[in-house]
Design a binder for this molecule. Sequence first.
Ligand code: GMT
Length: 381
Amino acid sequence: MRIGITCYPTYGGSGVVATELGIELAALGHEVHFISYSQPFRLSGRDNGILYHEVPVSSYPLFEFPPYDLALASRMAEIAELYSLDLLHVHYAIPHSVSALLARQMLASRGMRLPFVTTLHGTDITLVGMDRGYLPITRYAIQESDGVTSISSYLKEETLKHFGITRPIEVIPNFVNCNEYVPIKDEAARAKARLRLAKPEEAILMHLSNFRPVKRVVDVVKVFAQVQREVPAQLVLVGDGPERSAAEWLAHDLGIQCRVHFLGKQERVNELLPLADLMVMPSELESFGLAALEAMACKVPSIATRVGGVPELIDDGVTGLLYPVGDVEAMAAGALSLLKDRDRLEAMRLAGRKTAQKRFCSSLVVPHYVRYYESVLGNAG
Ligand code: GMT
């Protein structure tokens, strides 16, 4: 198949999923065309079977807001025609599904067919999509998509409930490449690699996100502050975004900044995750929680919040521990209980890896997308 993919190319779960999907599809022999305003950050630019097409957005004095969605629609239609795309797959509804809808109409007016699939990721429904200004057009574009997928049952139900969508929504969970996201098998090698971040006797807590308010990064520092009082530990934060400065100041004010390491945006998180003992994901809301899945595949359990689609991923007490949002004390106590009971931690590490392999491995989930594309191509008029 020849597949066009549009996503937000910057740091964020939906862009990661779209990019990893494109890479996996190309590995299966499909031709993949990324269409976006810049190259998705996990693409190397030299990936076989993958082409990247930039969307130029010109600005004129008259345009207070350069119309990216229109430029995107034009480029989608152009690429579809030039490269004979079979379908478009857009990640995050706003504005991508609206642009895809326009591109489909532009081509249909000239007798060409371009079905599109919209994948809902989270805030496109739960926050941005419910903004009155965006709701009607988002609802329309979702409803008019040739196929709609959602990354969790939670998000599907939210979409049906709040958007009044009547078309079917297929749940296709997020995935991880279980050959790329792997624990370090040899304990001696792991111990050596961990020395980059901590002394041998110290635990490593990790956080990975785009540091937006919804991720509650300040809670990560608060949890860590309590943990390190009882167990020698280091905190490693991967990613960047608006809440970084607040977290940095808190670490400073609590006098623990020498133990708190902000690594910024990192490309090869699969090399960092296996070094951690625990992932901390205290989000206000997660429709899925991709960072926790990537950690699980590397045998790292999460201390997380019981929100959105997280319970579909983390089995509380088996592959991680779940708490109410903002309950820093309980999260710290949970982290300490695991760090002090190495057998329980090891059992959780193993269970997480098993779950990632059995339910969320790209080798299982990507064929689900391919089957879904085939059904959409079969049905689209
Ligand atoms: O963070 C977002 O709200 C947007 C999106 C993104 O681009 O990072 O994240 C959502 O999609 C991820 C990938 O499917 C999910 O793992 C995140 O749980 C989801 N975020 C939220 O629901 C807050």
